[in-house]
Design a protein around this ligand. Structure first.
Ligand code: ATP
Length: 356
């Protein structure tokens, strides 16, 4: 079941929370809504769920307008950041709850409910916890049970609002990989809210980057990371260095040094802001062919799969670079040494019109 929102608007008092927003989540897709706090992610999710009213626009489930359908009729499963399981019920009874309260005519038999709960517990890989109470579970286990409970009533779509938000970093990482695998097996259309770019990049089929009630970009994780449409998306998706410079065909002039930028296509020379990801620098001990920025190594952190290096150029620009452990072994640089920094590539440049 696909979900589509068309030209939706939502105001809270005088505040425009969503403005002319359109988006389609394809059947079976896992789509992440990513954006800073207050960008409208939860508002959008609540409108899709039918928990709030639109001012204008349409929400479609498949090709049917969902406008007149109440939340309970939309066939959505929810998991929130603090999804309170019923404390006085076991894990089994929590998952069975949605089925137990269905009208007698459509309610499955006791036997069917038992099989379904055990099947869901197997799906979330927690069969052994059926008889426990919520307070006897870890945070990560509770969220997986919340997901099983949301799935028990066979939702057509799944809406997840920062489901791992309250968990510590290690558990979050495990659960996001688990969610990815779970989605690959279940193929249930899923809209997933997060403000954590790493989470969105790892889990989603496509990412919607939101800002101030609007969409900045929709694309695959690769698209939004490597081909951001503007500086907001670029900044939001991971570390980036930026320099004020002048761009010419194939060259960026930073602090008086003309650096080669492979493939840089410039109509006519202009002032610009240049954005460079930490892995797009080349660091050498000796001046390379062409030109390079002279920089002082301020800090090296080799702990991890990559090596992180902070540097400061002669003209005062700060650079944060990441290189592989192999490159680091060859370079053998330490704090306070002088190095040469050139550009392998750049991610994005912004034309500055107002500076001569
Ligand atoms: P977060 O990541 O912090 O949860 P979000 O992107 O989910 O943020 P929303 O919760 O959708 O953001 O809120 C968007 C904007 O709308 C915020 O500025 C918020 O203050 C405002 N807002 C949300 N709900 C209401 C409400 N019921 N009344 C008034 N303003 C609201």
């Amino acid at each position: 079941m696909s979900i589509e929102v068309k030209n939706i608007y939502k105001k809270f008092g005088n505040f425009q929370a969503l403005e002319n927003l359109s988006l389609k989540v394809e059947t079976g897709e896992l789509l992440a809504l990513l954006g800073p706090s207050g960008s409208g992610k939860t508002t959008l999710l609540r409108l899709v769920a039918g928990l709030d009213f639109l001012d204008q626009g349409q929400v479609l489930f498949g090709d049917k307008d969902a406008q007149d359908k109440k939340a309970s009729e939309r066939g959505v499963g929810f998991v929130f950041q603090h999804y309170a399981l019923f404390r006085h019920m076991t894990v089994f009874d929590n998952i069975a709850f949605g089925m137990n309260v269905q009208p007698r005519k459509v309610r499955p038999s006791r036997h069917e409910i038992h099989s379904k709960v055990m099947e869901l517990l197997k799906l979330v890989q927690l069969e052994w916890l059926a008889d426990r109470y919520p307070w006897q579970l870890s945070g990560g286990q509770r969220q997986r049970i919340a997901l099983a409970r949301a799935l028990a009533v066979r939702p057509r779509v799944l809406l997840l609002d920062e489901p791992f938000g309250s968990l510590d970093a290690q558990v979050r990482k495990e659960l996001r990989m688990w969610l990815r695998r779970f989605h690959d097996e279940s193929h249930i259309t899923t809209l997933f809210v997060t403000h954590d770019q790493e989470e969105a990049l790892e889990v989603a089929d496509r990412i919607v980057v939101m800002n101030q009630g609007r969409i900045e970009q929709v694309g695959t994780p690769e698209d939004v990371y490597h081909s951001p449409v503007n500086a907001f998306v670029l900044n939001f998706l991971g570390n980036v260095n930026f320099f004020h410079c002048r761009l010419e065909e194939g060259k960026a002039i930073i602090g008086g040094t003309a650096l080669d930028v492979p493939g840089l296509d410039v109509d006519k020379p202009h002032p610009a802001k240049l954005y460079v990801r930490p892995n797009q620098f080349k660091i050498t001990r000796y001046a390379p062919k062409g030109s390079a920025l002279k920089a002082l190594v301020e800090y090296v952190n080799p702990a991890g799969t990559i090596v992180k290096i902070n540097m400061k150029t002669e003209t005062g620009e700060r650079i944060y670079a990441e290189i592989s452990q192999d490159e680091y072994k060859n370079l053998k640089i330490v704090k306070l040494e002088q190095v040469y920094v050139s550009l392998k590539d750049v991610t994005y440049s912004e034309h500055l019109h107002n500076i001569p």
